[in-house]
Every structure is written in C-alpha cells, then in structure tokens.
Design a protein around this ligand. Structure first.
Ligand code: CTP
Length: 408
C-alpha cells in the first residue's frame, strides 16, 4: 500500500475491544502503519482473549498496550499523555460494553481512560452479535455519543459470528480507513470547498445492447477525488464507466453518455469552487440509436454506423463560466499519443482552462488502466512542470497542490 500524505507521522490511538472482529483490526493497524501513521494500539482485557498484543506490536512496530500498562511507573501518567497528543482515535471493534462506558464517562481500563482524555476526533466502529446492537440501551448510548461529536462507522449488515444475519458486523478495514480519511481530512486546507471531479469513459449506445466505449478505468479521477477528500473538500464524483469503489465521503453520480455527463457536470459545477475533468469523454456518438438490437442476416457483410459529435463538456463549462461564476477553477486532461505538449497547450487555451494535465496514453506505464502515470502540468500563465513517473495517487497530490494555489 502507498504512503498516504494525510496519515504521514500522525499519531493514531487504535483501541481494540473484546469481539471476534478484533482479528480484523490487526489488518487495520497494518494498513494505517503502511499509510505512514504512528499507531499505538490499546487492547482491553477481553480483547486479549481474542488476539494478543504481540500481533499489534509486530504490525505497527510500536508497543501495544494492555491494562497492565495502566499501572506502569516509568512515566508521568503515560495514558493521559497518549490521549491528549493523538491526532485521531479509532476504537474497532467497539463493543456494547465499551460504548456504554464511553457514554457514561467511565474510565476503568486503559482504553476508556485514554478515550476520556482524548482531545482528537474519535471514530467508533461498533461490532456485536445478536440483538446487542438493536437493544435500546446500546442505541441510546450511541445516540448520546453521536451528539457529543463521536463519529460512528457502521456497523455493517451481514452474517455475524453466531450465524445470525443483521446489523452488527464490523466494517471492513479498508472501509474504516476510508472513513478515517474523511474524519481526519475535515481539518485540512480544502475544508468547505466544493470540488467536482469526473472519471471513467463514456458509453455511447448504438442499440440496446451495444455501445462505443474506451479504455479508461477511472483510476486517475478516483485518485483525485480521494485526495480532495483527504484535504477536507466536499467532493462530487461524476462517473462514466468504471468499476472502482466509491471513496468514502464522496457523492457519486453515475452517467453513461457524454450528453448525460455534460448535463451532470454543468449542474454540479455551477456553484463549485473547482472542476477537474479527468473523464475520457467520447467525441462521437451514433447519429441515431436503434430501438431494437441490430440483427445480422445471411447476406449482411458490412454495417455502417454514422457518428456525430458529442458536446464538448469543457467548452460548455467555459460558456457557463462566462455567464455565471462557477466553477472558479477548471482543470482538464489531455490524452495524447503524439505532439503531447503542443496539443495540450492548444486544449488549455481553447477550453479556457486554468491548468491541463498532459499525458501520453501510448506509453505502457502511463495513461489508461495502469496504476502509474507520467504527466506534465501546463498552466494558463505559460508554466510547464514535467513530473517523473509516479503513482496516480501521487499525481493527484501534485494536481491538488496546484489547485490549492489557484483557489487562493
Ligand atoms: N473533454 C470534454 N468533452 C469532450 C471531450 C473531452 O470535456 N467531448 C475533456 C476531457 O475530459 C479532457 C479534455 O477535454 O479533460 C481533453 O480531452 P481529450 O480527449 O484529450 O481531447 P479532446 O477535446 O477530445 O480532443 P481530441 O480528441 O481531438 O484530442
């Protein structure tokens, strides 16, 4: 897993309570550590019946604490300091018992003491079996905690350890990580900014079962949406064809054709601070769509499909910007197989962009469907910034750094 700038050197307290899902928390601890965080795990007495502190120490590279550490004498109340200095606290699984303790301000074990002393945001990831989640006492405790500003992630619906099916499963580590990005990101520079991102390719229908599409996977656009969430933005992601999961906290709008994407982009970007057009929009659509599936006969040897232009979305946005003020900043992409910089510069000016990200989609390590990209950033002031090959997540960070400057 890539390092995530948002987590780099952040102090995270990861509380683990006694539930069968505790084994999955080791994976979460590992993911947070790989993302760059300094993760201090605290296990309750009952958590240690399911999984040992050694596992957490091994994946985080830091001591994992248990209740025995509450009575250590080697430091000045170490647990209080831990709670006070953390950037984020996550309790996963949060059992009904720990939720009850937190709701009532009890502090009778290492984890509840640290949680009570914490000044950072706290994420609770409930997990419990049977009717414990729906029990009125648990629901009332969770409601109290929500009102006090605790962030509650889940629980998910599904099969629980007892075989019962319902709400009570712990959210998966990848989803908890996504949730943590939203909570931690809220304190960052883009807080309150509305950013619209497009991703994936459009599909232009020929008949009810066929379409013209392209090789775009949506990876670069999704990476930009995730990076904007990490910086606290309010993100709308308009997606053509892409099988990628929606980053936590993103408002996703699915569209199919260039025409539909155009309508969605104009509506969403009217009041937005920025639009980033990473989608691979088809330039041509079938002049007419057959109502029924086009059939071949014995004598059919060729088939002509007449194509006509689709709307140029960025041109339409340019016209909208001239009439209204939104979006304040527009960023486009240029997918080229030749004359990269000349073609990108001409698109930058003709589409009225503030910045264009030029990429050579014929290279095997850049462009469509791969995880890496090699791009050059060209701005309206004539600046040219070539970037080395890097992950699409890193490209997204560069783009957002430039966007931050443009929004100032
Ligand atoms: N784009 C758009 N509407 C279209 C086609 C493209 O808004 N109908 C946007 C893309 O999302 C991208 C930028 O315009 O941000 C450039 O897209 P690209 O496919 O590189 O260029 P085109 O404008 O389609 O020009 P050409 O196909 O001639 O290279």
């Amino acid at each position: 897993m890539d390092m995530i700038p948002l987590f780099h050197n952040k102090h995270i307290v990861l509380g683990v309570c006694g539930g069968i899902a505790a084994y999955k928390t080791a994976d979460l601890a590992s993911k947070l550590t790989q993302a760059g965080a300094l993760v201090d795990c605290i296990l309750t007495e009952s958590a240690t019946k399911f999984i040992g502190p050694v596992t957490f120490a091994a994946v985080t590279g830091r001591a994992a604490l248990t209740d025995a550490d509450l009575w250590r004498t080697d430091a000045h109340v170490p647990h209080v300091q831990l709670g006070e200095s953390a950037d984020l606290t996550i309790i996963a699984p949060a059992t009904a018992n720990t939720l009850a303790k937190l709701a009532h301000g009890q502090a009778d074990n290492m984890l509840s003491v640290v949680a009570l002393a914490a000044r950072c945001p706290i994420i609770l990831v409930p997990a419990m079996d049977g009717g414990m989640w729906s029990n009125a006492a648990t629901q009332a405790n969770v409601e109290t905690l929500r009102q006090r500003g605790f962030n509650v992630c889940g629980p998910a619906m599904g099969r629980m350890a007892s075989g019962l099916v319902g709400a009570g499963r712990m959210e998966e580590p990848a989803d908890i990580l996504g949730f943590a990005r939203v909570v931690l990101g809220k304190r960052s520079a883009f807080s309150g900014q509305k950013i619209v991102v497009t991703a994936g390719g459009t599909h232009e229908a020929i008949d009810p079962v066929r379409f013209i599409g392209n090789r775009s996977s949506g990876k670069q656009g999704f990476a930009i949406a995730q990076a904007a969430i990490d910086r606290g933005a309010d993100v709308t992601l308009i997606v053509g064809a892409s099988a990628l999961p929606t980053p936590f906290g993103v408002t996703r709008i699915n569209v199919e054709s260039a025409q539909q994407m155009c309508e969605a982009v104009l509506a969403a970007s009217r009041e937005a601070d920025a639009l980033v057009m990473a989608a691979a929009v088809a330039d041509f659509q079938a002049a007419s769509q057959a109502d029924q599936k086009i059939k071949k006969t014995k004598d059919t040897v060729d088939l002509e499909v007449k194509l006509v232009r689709t709307p140029d979305i960025l041109q339409a946005v340019k016209e909208q910007r001239e009439k209204t003020s939104g979006p304040r900043v527009t960023i486009g992409f240029a997918a080229e197989t030749q004359n990269l910089l000349a073609n990108a510069t001409s698109k930058l000016h003709s589409k009225g962009l503030d910045l264009i990200i030029a990429n050579d989609v014929s290279a095997s390590d850049a462009g469509f469907a791969v995880d890496t990209n090699r791009v050059t950033l060209l701005d309206a002031g004539g600046g040219v910034e070539p970037l080395p090959i890097m992950s699409k997540a890193q490209v997204a960070e560069h783009v957002l750094n430039r966007l931050a400057a443009l929004l100032k």
